[in-house]
Design a protein around this ligand. Sequence first.
Ligand code: PEP
Length: 254
Amino acid sequence: MRNIVAGNWKSNKLMGEALKWMEDMSSWMPNRGHVEVMVAPPAPYLSQMASKAPAGLSVIAQNVSPEGPGAHTGEHTAEMLKSCGVSGAIVGHSERRARFGDTDRLVAQKVRALVSEKLQAVFCCGETLEQREAGEAQTVVHAQLKAAILGLDASALPFVVVAYEPIWAIGTGKTASSEEAQAMHGSIRGWLAETFGADKASEVAILYGGSCKPANAHELFSQPDINGGLIGGASLEPLDFQGVVEGHPDSEKG
Ligand code: PEP
């Protein structure tokens, strides 16, 4: 079973701040225990961040092109990421779905672009508050999973990480309770098991994202189907991010 805590910086930090963050994380890394740590800095810093990353900390992108090389101005391909020492990318984040036209179809293409290069696809799914209140949360999340993951060969699963991020919890300070989060994670695991078999499903890391911080990480990450987190705000300062990783029961301090 993989345990992963991944940071998503979104459009934050300048280059010097990014490198200082990496320096601060490097001396702390032995405390991560059996937790893989990932960080997704803005695209211009990827190559340099990857070249400075210590063992156990992988650098991933916040986006990837659904296409291969060619006349696609402004896009970076999975192969380009790989050539810079980048280990994967976040795909299907609700901010990109809502504001940058990332449809289910495009997200599915991006997942395929990554796994075909043997890069990690950190695939995000999650419902709005309206959908949760209407009792549709599980239907929405299963539809997103179906659109992006169904049809992948089971051999691609080691390159897939699922991040369940209820949209109402992202950047709002509202966190899903550990019971709510576990219920959804259990249903995601169930869908993966039905689709690919229980053994394969048990190897996929399912991360929780949405206002996760040092104070609530341990409770969330102790649930049976929550294998870690995708962390926005609390990934920006090394001490906060370290506190979140240390909340994982499989970290040195957990
Ligand atoms: C995110 O955007 O992926 C996220 C989880 O953000 P935050 O931790 O700030 O809620």
